[in-house]
Ligand binder design. Structure first.
Ligand code: FDA
Length: 316
């Protein structure tokens, strides 16, 4: 109930205007957002890599409503990739992985623009993949709400024809996902598994935490039993422990999978896991449109609401 209310707030334009214009403490945004512009995001990336972590960057913005904004979002990724390259941060770690890569929401690059949406998003994503390849980086296609899953997986298939290193994201809360994991667990396929961040109906999604966790473990097993490269995106200490144990049971080497966490969440644990030999990738959102992203993080952990409210009324 509280989660649904907070998620509804993430789509409330009036509330967004009030919150983003409030004298919000910079600390609340800084904690979860890697910078307001490209230069700041590159600086954050350099610091994380210096700490032994790997990075995936997300230019904030989704549900683009016109072509110009979709092209501008793609342009922001090209600028980012160019600056990461100039900063020497796109070192390749293997055929499928790089030290810094980008995560792209297809809705930000045009997917929801009516009948031509898929075509526009595919063209923009292809341009980003081309530039990523030029600089040695890779691309992950973030997954959004369940109405876009088939379209996103279709675009992924098309892009993988030319850029096989492009990664998929699958959400364990969807009932279909174990099957999608089995389909995508082939050699050379990179897949991020997360729980899922949208407010989905019970007809398509597991709705209790225990059911989502059980699905996550089934999906984890499906990925590890295959020949692809699995990326376990979760802050859940139990699931991270299970992933390590299952990877060992499946004879997957430490560099044959990775753990992914969001910027600002359990930062000490991110460094502890990296020091223990795991490949740890930090998802770094950046840019001016931080509102929807921040509200989704609050919905996951309403305990953060008090922190957010304090920051909103402070002038720090
Ligand atoms: P959950 O929120 O259930 O938390 C489980 C446990 O983790 C908690 O009990 C606590 O122990 C610990 N924990 C969680 N938050 C914490 C905090 N703030 N501080 C301390 N401990 C905390 N979603 C999506 O729909 N599409 C996508 O493309 C992506 N991409 C993505 C990339 C990456 C790298 C991550 C980490 C996540 C995503 N997500 C996502 C979001 C994902 O679907 C999910 O909403 C969040 O990761 C929250 O789920 P958790 O697995 O962390 O567990």
């Amino acid at each position: 109930m509280l989660r649904s209310t907070i998620l509804a707030a993430s789509r409330n334009g009036r509330l967004e205007r009030v919150v983003t214009r409030a004298p919000i403490s910079r600390s609340v945004v800084r904690r979860f957002v890697g910078g307001a512009d490209t230069a700041a995001a590159v600086q954050t990336t350099r610091a994380l890599i210096g700490d032994g972590l790997t990075v995936t960057l997300d230019h904030l913005g989704e549900d683009t409503t016109d072509r110009a904004a979709a092209d501008a979002a793609a342009g922001a990724y090209l600028e980012l990739l160019g600056q990461l390259d100039s900063a020497g941060l796109t070192e390749r770690l293997g055929p499928l992985t790089a030290r810094a890569e980008v995560s792209v929401k297809l809705s930000a690059v045009g997917q929801s623009l009516g009948a031509d949406g898929e075509k526009i998003a595919t063209e923009n994503a292809r341009t980003i993949c081309l530039e990523a390849r030029r600089v040695g980086a890779t691309v992950t296609l973030d997954m959004e709400d369940h109405t876009t899953t088939d379209s996103t997986l279709g675009i992924l298939r098309e892009l993988r024809g030319e850029f096989p290193e492009t990664a998929a994201v699958l959400q364990a809360y969807l009932r279909r996902t174990e099957g999608d994991c089995l389909d995508l667990a082939y050699a050379g396929s990179r897949v991020r598994l997360c729980k899922g961040a949208y407010d989905e109906p019970a007809s398509v999604a597991f709705t209790t935490r225990a059911d989502v966790d059980r699905s996550y473990v089934r999906c984890m097993n499906a990925l590890l039993a295959g020949d692809g490269y699995a990326m376990f995106a979760t802050h859940d200490p139990t699931l991270i422990d299970i992933a390590s144990a299952r990877a060992e049971a499946h004879d997957t080497a430490m560099n044959g999978f990775e753990v992914q966490l969001l910027y600002g969440i359990r930062p000490d644990e991110q460094r502890r896991l990296a020091a223990a030999g795991h490949t740890v990738r930090v998802y770094v959102p950046y840019g001016a449109q931080w509102y929807g992203y921040l509200v989704r993080r609050l919905a996951e952990r309403p305990a953060n609401l008090a922190f957010f409210a304090r920051a909103l009324i402070s002038k720090g």
